[in-house]
Design a protein around this ligand. Sequence first.
Ligand code: FES
Length: 164
Amino acid sequence: MTNDMSDDLQTRIEEAVRNPRNLGEMKDADAIGTVGSADCGDMLRMWVKFKEEGGRKVIDRATFQTFGCQTAIAVASVATEMLAGKTVAEAQSMSGEELAAPLGPLPPVKIHCAQLVEGALRSALSGETAPEPKGNRSPTSPTLLSQLNAAQPADRKVRIVLDS
Ligand code: FES
């Protein structure tokens, strides 16, 4: 954890990392988005399931996996909780800052961690307006681990978050 964090923010992040919500692959997902950060080389994947509610298509649930820092895990945890019940348009309009809002303001050095979550969400939802080639959206696409390993130098330390 960096020195730029307030004690409150650090505590909220540590709590979210200890008990992350919506962690893990979703086998019956309708949409999947994966992004990597150019800033730090970390990766995050988000799965989204939709449902009909009051004649509108809304997000039923969202889950994630990441090879990212604690901030990315914490933001993804609170963001996936917030996304339930939102329409695609509402979710697409959310910035990384908004997705991280339950944690409190992030220091500048950690903004890109929230943007990783925003990017995975946008990637997943992009198929809702412009369908991707089928292979990119299949739950049987290459795993996050295989994609990460292909993208990383051999000496890079990989942090793995296990589904519990
Ligand atoms: Fe890479 Fe936070 S440092 S996502």
